[in-house]
Design a protein around this ligand. Structure first.
Ligand code: ADP
Ligand code: MG
Length: 270
């Protein structure tokens, strides 16, 4: 049966080569993909397999060496700053280290206010802006009143990652890339962050591209899985297909590398 869902992001032969001559390395090597609207996709691979490089190309933070990206059926054009800004209304990211993606000298209310302005809310009355910011904070269990005068570096890793999710709540992009968003925070915040991301996905219907080295987590959260090895997608398909019936030795190794997979995520019941 043909897949009826609309494709929101498509890549064809997407490649990124770093360095020159003998020092050349193909971080991403001719990957093809089709991500559908409202789908949860996991990109799974070992450290160094090219996941973050791919995420940065999808976001338009780095250029590709070759290949094409299509957004909603059109070849993506972000050559001008204005077009880039437009594109970023549609696609946003949460990174592994929430502090790295940030200008830490902006106070937290300025960070959130920026999101409202990006969504065209510049002319809203101040009261309304405060209401939106408080709503976004309560969604992630943060108290806006306690944050207004703080700087991001005054927050814990878990709180900071929640603030990143509050930003996404305000920005409401069509696509969110979450690049190992839980790998640098303490175990007890991890499940909360994941729950919040999934709740936000449910509420907004956005496409979620989840990047992880944890294939157990990928199985738990996603509809489709892409397995990445040395810059290539070596296996892709539905989460059930790829993880319960892996064809590649590399995929089987990723599964075996997570010995707790069957304990933490009971595969028989999900
Ligand atoms: P992952 O996110 O899967 O761990 P990355 O995309 O960060 O992988 O990296 C893929 C490969 O590209 C690695 O070998 C890494 O060292 C290399 N790489 C990443 N960024 C750069 C860069 N700016 N310059 C040169 N090499 C890079
Ligand atoms: Mg990475």
């Amino acid at each position: 049966m043909a897949d009826e869902r609309k494709i929101c992001l498509k890549g064809s032969g997407l490649t990124k080569v770093y360095g020159f001559g003998r020092n050349q390395m193909r971080a991403v090597d001719h990957v093809d993909f089709e991500f559908h609207e409202s789908e949860i996709i996991s990109i799974v691979g070992e450290s160094g397999s090219g996941k973050t490089t791919l995420a940065k190309m999808l976001l338009g933070l780095i250029s590709s060496t070759s290949g094409d990206i299509y957004f909603e059926g059109q070849k993506r054009d972000i050559r001008s700053q204005k077009k880039k800004q437009e594109y970023w209304k549609n696609i946003q990211a949460i990174f592994q280290d929430p502090f790295s993606s940030y200008n830490t000298f902006n106070k937290i209310d300025a960070v959130l206010l920026d999101c409202i302005h990006m969504r065209g809310g510049k002319k809203l009355p101040h009261e309304k802006k405060l209401e939106l910011m408080s709503e976004a904070c309560s969604f992630v269990n943060l108290k806006f009143a306690e944050l207004t005068n703080k700087y991001p570096f005054e927050l814990s890793g878990g709180q900071m990652q929640r603030l990143m999710i509050a930003r996404i709540f305000l920005l409401k992009p069509k696509i969110l890339i979450a690049d190992e968003p839980t790998s640098m925070i303490d175990a007890c915040s991890r499940a909360t962050i994941l729950d919040m991301l999934l709740a936000l996905r449910k509420e907004t219907g956005m496409t979620l591209i989840f990047i992880t080295h944890d294939i157990g987590l990928a199985y738990f959260v996603s509809d489709s899985v892409y397995i990445m090895e040395q810059g290539k997608f070596v296996e892709k398909g539905s989460a059930d297909h790829v993880i319960l019936h892996p064809q590649e030795a590399y995929t089987r190794r990723l599964i075996n590398d997570v010995p707790k997979i069957h304990e933490e995520w009971d595969l028989s019941t999900v």
